[in-house]
Design a protein around this ligand. Structure first.
Ligand SMILES: NC(=O)NCCC(=O)O
Length: 399
């Protein structure tokens, strides 16, 4: 499995394909070409001095007579953890805040209206270890914890909506933990929170040791810059999760993630892009970068030798549009900020063109699903009348 030495799919294609082939390959893999954004010189300089990649793209939409364009700039941040996981908790949190502050400042220079950080950005992704301390000490109140207060300042200072996915400690309900995204208005006020609805039980993603599936449904936040929702990481494998945010009116769905090459890199370019197509909305998939080393070895009952890390987080953050086009990804090996210009009018334009909402037959699925989840449900399989043949061992399918 590739580690940091392999920079990105885009770089590889550009290096090896002749221009004509490259054009055709990109047409199929990326859809209608995005325009490069003209990013401010001072932002590019600051990003280079601060050692992170800065890329900008724009999706177009047709001009309408009755509506003005609804232009929004989103910023997706992918970053390594700046300190070793063995450093004191407070120092790790403060180093993460510092790193995000310098990236958010550049986002502001680029006119970003809504910024989203990666899953559980206020900590190392330590859930693989199944140890409680010190990792549970990173949990904070969604309403007024240190990280939320930090994001409120950022939001107000830069007039930017902040989507801040954290490990939440819910003091109102027995101090339990959740995997939560806090949404902070550009006014600096906390608009609300949303929780991860689907918890992985795969490989070293031992998150079920720490928190349960979210209990807040599929809230959509009406911000000054559009209606947004957050489908946290593993939720992207669940088409109904995307669908419910869309049914509630989301125009942009963020998918802050922490996932590794060995497990999901081949799924990554497909899932959020497919969700944008299926739901006539924009989707923003962002992932951690690098490798996080933990002091104690762990195993996950999968026959692998005890190890100190979860695997390689491959970054590759990107944005997909309702017409199926997508931006190139950020790199697999660097911190980065992806700035993307969206025209939200494209959601309705594609809705009217492809009509998936109109042709979706939700009432039929609602009826069938309501039956299918009943304990005594019997799947609707039509079988040929069986003429019982003499038993011929295990090769015949009789059920
Ligand atoms: N953080 C998380 O849910 N990771 C699970 C792995 C994946 O969904 O790719």
């Amino acid at each position: 499995m590739a580690g940091p030495e392999w920079q990105s799919l885009e770089q590889c294609l550009e290096k090896h394909l002749p221009p004509d082939d490259l054009g055709q390959v990109k047409r199929i893999l990326y859809g209608k070409q995005t325009r490069n954004l003209d990013l401010p010189r001072e932002a590019l300089k600051a990003a280079s001095e601060r050692n992170f990649e800065l890329k900008g793209y724009a999706f177009g939409a047709a001009t309408e007579q009755q509506r003005c364009p609804q232009i929004v700039h989103v910023g997706l941040v992918q970053n390594r953890i700046p300190l070793a996981t063995s450093a004191p908790v407070a120092e790790q949190v403060s180093a993460l805040h510092k790193r995000i502050e310098e990236i958010a400042e550049v986002a502001a220079m680029c006119g970003v209206n809504i910024i989203c950080f990666q899953e559980a950005w206020n900590m190392p992704f330590a859930f693989c270890t199944r140890e409680k301390l010190p990792w549970t000490e990173f949990a904070e109140s969604a309403e007024d914890g240190l990280t939320t207060r930090f994001c409120q300042k950022l939001a107000k200072k830069h007039n930017m909506v902040v989507v801040s996915p954290i490990l939440e400690r819910d003091r109102e309900h027995g101090g339990v933990l959740w995997n939560t995204a806090v949404v902070i208005s550009n006014s600096g006020l906390v608009m609300g929170k949303t929780r991860k609805n689907h918890i992985p039980r795969v490989g070293d993603f031992n998150e079920s040791t720490y928190y349960m599936e979210g209990n807040l449904g599929h809230p959509v936040f009406q911000t000054q810059f559009g209606r947004i929702a957050v489908n946290i990481c593993y939720g992207r494998h669940h088409p109904l999760n995307w669908l419910m945010y869309s049914i509630n009116g989301a125009e942009i769905i963020f998918n802050p993630s922490a996932t590794i090459g060995e497990l999901s890199e081949s799924l990554w370019p497909i899932e959020a892009r497919n969700a944008a197509i299926a739901n006539h909305c924009f989707t923003c998939a962002l992932n951690r970068v690098g490798q996080e080393h933990f002091p104690n070895e762990f195993t996950s009952g999968d026959g692998k030798k005890a190890h100190h890390d979860l695997g390689y987080f491959y970054g590759s953050s990107y944005v997909a549009a309702p017409d199926g086009s997508r931006t190139p990804g950020l790199s697999r090996n660097q911190d980065g900020l992806l700035v993307t210009e969206l025209n939200l009018n494209l959601c309705q334009q594609i809705n009217d063109f492809w009509t998936f909402k109109m042709t979706g037959r939700l009432e039929m699925y609602a009826r069938e699903l309501a039956e299918a989840v009943k304990p005594n449900y019997s799947p609707n399989i039509v079988k040929e009348d069986l003429v019982l043949a003499p038993s011929s061992g295990c090769s015949s399918h009789t059920s």
